[in-house]
Design a protein around this ligand. Structure first.
Ligand code: FAD
Length: 468
């Protein structure tokens, strides 16, 4: 009897524990992806990027003599229909950790088991599963550094090779990927974002190789510089599982053994990703509500005109606007810039982090529900291990330090008249849907001044303390 391999955030053939196990049984394997209730809730750019990932993964499966079967509908119903159609008696997948994913998976597992179907899940999305890292008192970690210390010397199992897949004698019907229209909600042209995407397992491995080969040694210094291409850019691949975190971990460990200085920092960043999933598992509210409940009384503004100006990258704070254009046009943003724009929105503009978190969820091609929410709550001050609220990022000094020659700002803020290879052409930097023209002036003053915004936020913070 065939085995159904339910792919979710694991669009890869190598180092895929559930797929590996299925192949080892020596029975036909039917790879399946479901556009189910969880995936339907994803934002525009993550859906578009998923579509690209599914196309490339489908081709990789074809090359391996297999196929990717696509179905749209509620997960349990679709799996039951496939079981009925194919005679499969086993369903396998790799585990995920945010609240909606777990709720879906637990429901599917218990229901299939009641029907006498074998339903098995595997450890494949993170380095260390959330319940395997415990504090001395048996609790979970709320602070990153002790979490890192608890895992850094652990043995991480070797990666698994690509398995041989046995095809079933008959394939069930599959939806056509085009019919899912996963690019439909992209307000900016998908073709622009596509230039910045690096899709699929082979591309991810190539990128990891290039990073470890030539960039990891300088990672400590280069990773913070806004105009430099100093990081791995693997987040879009990691979030869809086009490469496993374990593959990246072992590559970095080898670089560390070779004495490459940035390797340890890169390992730490991979562990930040695990930490986000650790927090999302142990405190499911991380993705949608203040992790520190005392922040519920803070006078954050809901969506407002200033927030819209922030989204449209016309705040008049050049480094903030540069970053907000980078995210819209490329679907990604430099990590330091993410911290800066999040601080500006939540502190200078006093707007609730959820609005920014939702915008990122709509426009990022590397959107990860746990890392995004953790990043926003960190910047806002409402998360565990967050930057204290009184530490308000000053965009001007940050720009001086991390974009000293102004290259990043000139690259993205076309109105500044950037010239040379580095500057983006007007319409590459400014989406047409924003209806701006090349002679529209860039704002002369920030919508909220840096000093004034900082003082207003700190006043509100003091008021919150007094109210407690
Ligand atoms: P590298 O520097 O090469 O790091 C390697 C990998 O480590 C990354 O690919 C990523 O998987 C992981 N990583 C690095 N930094 C972090 C971090 N701070 N938190 C969690 N994982 C990390 N990352 C996402 O993958 N998806 C998101 O939706 C996301 N939203 C964010 C929102 C905010 C407000 C902030 C402050 C950070 C967010 N991050 C998010 C984390 C980080 O900015 C990106 O992972 C990083 O910029 C990706 O670039 P890279 O792949 O070149 O990273």
């Amino acid at each position: 009897k065939p085995i159904l391999m339910w792919h979710r955030r694991d669009l890869r053939l190598s180092d895929n524990p559930a797929l590996h196990w299925a192949a080892e049984q020596g029975r036909p394997v039917i790879p399946v992806f479901l556009l189910d209730e969880v995936v339907e809730s994803w934002g525009a750019a993550p859906r578009w990027r998923l579509g690209e990932g599914l196309r490339v993964f489908g081709e990789a499966l074809q090359d391996a003599g297999s196929r990717l079967i696509l179905r749209r509908g509620e997960a349990l119903e679709e799996l039951r229909a496939l079981i009925e159609e194919t005679g499969a008696d086993t369903v396998v997948w790799n585990r995920l950790y945010t609240a909606d994913e777990r709720e879906r998976d637990e429901g599917v597992k218990s229901n299939l088991k009641e029907q006498g179907i074998t339903a098995e899940s595997f450890h494949g999305h993170v380095l260390f599963e959330p319940w395997t890292v415990e504090t001395g008192s048996g609790s979970y970690y709320k602070v990153y550094t002790p979490f890192w210390k608890a895992v850094r010397d652990r043995d991480v199992p070797d990666t698994l090779a690509m398995p041989d897949l046995t095809a079933p004698s008959d394939w069930p019907a599959s939806d056509k990927l085009e019919d899912w229209a996963l690019a439909a909600d992209m307000r900016r042209g998908a073709e622009i974002v596509a230039r910045h995407a690096s899709v699929g397992e082979a591309a991810a491995r190539g990128r990891l190789g290039a990073f470890v080969g030539s960039k990891i040694a300088d990672y400590n210094d280069a990773r913070d510089m806004l105009a430099e291409d100093g990081t791995s850019k693997l987040s879009q691949n990691l979030t869809l599982g086009e490469i496993s975190a374990r593959t990246c971990w072992h590559a970095a460990q080898r670089a560390k053994e070779d004495g490459k200085p940035g390797a340890e920092t890169f390992l730490q960043e991979l562990v930040w990703r695990d930490f986000a999933h650790h927090l999302a598992f142990h405190t499911p509210r991380l993705t949608h509500a203040n992790w520190r409940e005392e922040w519920d009384s803070f006078p954050w503004r809901n969506d407002n005109d200033d927030a819209e100006t922030w989204r449209r990258a016309r705040t008049g704070v050049e480094v903030v606007d540069a970053a907000m254009r980078e995210i819209y046009v490329t679907g990604t943003m430099h990590n330091r810039a993410r911290m800066l724009v999040a601080s500006y929105l939540t502190k200078h503009l006093m707007t609730h982090w959820r609005g920014g978190c939702d915008w990122f969820a709509d426009v990022l091609i590397d959107w990860d529900p746990a890392s995004n929410a953790m990043g926003w709550q960190w910047a806002a001050g409402s998360g565990p291990d967050a930057s204290p609220f009184f530490r308000v990022f000053n965009p001007a000094t940050q720009a001086e330090k991390f974009d000293p020659k102004g290259q990043y700002r000139r690259r993205w803020v076309a109105e500044l008249g950037g010239k040379g290879d580095d500057a983006m052409a007007w319409f590459d930097a400014i989406p047409e849907s924003w209806e701006q023209s090349p002679d529209q002036e860039y704002p002369k003053e920030p919508i909220v001044g840096l000093k004034e915004g900082r003082e207003r936020a700190l006043e509100a913070y003091k008021g919150r303390d007094a109210a407690e």
